[in-house]
Design a protein around this ligand. Structure first.
Ligand code: AP5
Length: 214
């Protein structure tokens, strides 16, 4: 099963993608996580990506597309995968489709987690991310049982640099401008499914699981 997760920053794509990956035993591929790992490791890609991410801008397609296409060629993707944060522009979606077509494959579902802008800023300011394993929490909706430390690996939790309110607003503008057109793109392919992302996260997941089947 090959799935693309769509939705505004903070809509809950990552939260749902991790739950789907666990239930369906497919890899969760998050371009945001890949860039953050590169930033943490001080790679050239990380340095370039950070300069865009800190401003709430997209990392250029030429730094993003090959990275994902190469990742999809790895063995663990044979039975499918869930893409979280990619594609984010029409050229990225076209490059993905072209790569799949070469293999005689196609995307099965694009799931749009729909959350209005009004809910996003408060969600983001409450998000806490693990500096070790990338797990995410929310101080109100999904707090860590270990307070300021990660339940999974014990590392310190932080507010991401790009989750500050002024950067979140910029990311929302970029989303509406460059990513939202993908809703039409996947509607035309008849694979778009929209779920109400304002519900409790387990209810959002139940809706997605119904779409994907048992
Ligand atoms: P990325 O990491 O992909 O960020 P994003 O898309 O902005 O999404 P987020 O991770 O912020 O949110 P999410 O939807 O996953 O929400 P989450 O589940 O964490 O990208 C970061 C940056 O990298 C981009 O800005 C860009 O610069 C660059 N980048 C990445 N991919 C790129 C690409 N393809 N091309 C170019 N540049 C790229 O949930 C948010 C919070 O809400 C959490 O605290 C969570 O606990 C909570 N929550 C989740 N669901 C619920 C719910 N139902 N109710 C209440 N709270 C909830």
């Amino acid at each position: 099963m090959k799935i693309v997760m769509l939705g505004a920053p903070g809509a809950g794509k990552g939260t749902q993608a991790k739950m789907i990956a666990a239930k369906y035993q497919i890899p969760h591929i998050s371009t945001g996580d890949i860039f953050r790992a590169n930033i943490k490791n001080g790679t050239e890609l990380g340095k370039k990506a950070k300069s865009y991410m800190d401003q709430g801008l997209l990392v250029p397609d030429e730094l993003t597309v090959d990275l994902v296409i190469d990742r999809l060629a790895q063995d663990d993707c044979k039975n499918g995968y869930i893409l979280d944060g990619f594609p984010r522009t029409i050229p990225q979606a076209e490059a993905l489709d072209a790569a799949l077509e070469k293999l005689g494959e196609k995307m099965d579902y694009a799931i749009d987690v729909d959350v209005p802008d009004e809910n996003i800023v408060s969600r983001m300011s409450g998000r806490r991310a693990c500096t070790g394993c990338g797990a995410t929490y929310h101080i109100v909706y999904n707090p860590s049982k270990k307070g300021e430390y990660c339940e999974v690996c014990g590392e310190k939790l932080i507010l991401r640099d790009d989750d500050k309110p002024e950067t979140v607003q910029k990311r929302l503008n970029v989303y509406h401008d460059q990513t939202q057109p993908l809703i039409d793109y996947y509607t035309k392919q008849s694979i778009l499914r929209t779920v109400d992302g304002t519900q409790d996260m387990n209810d959002v997941f139940a809706e997605i699981a119904k779409i994907l089947g048992a």
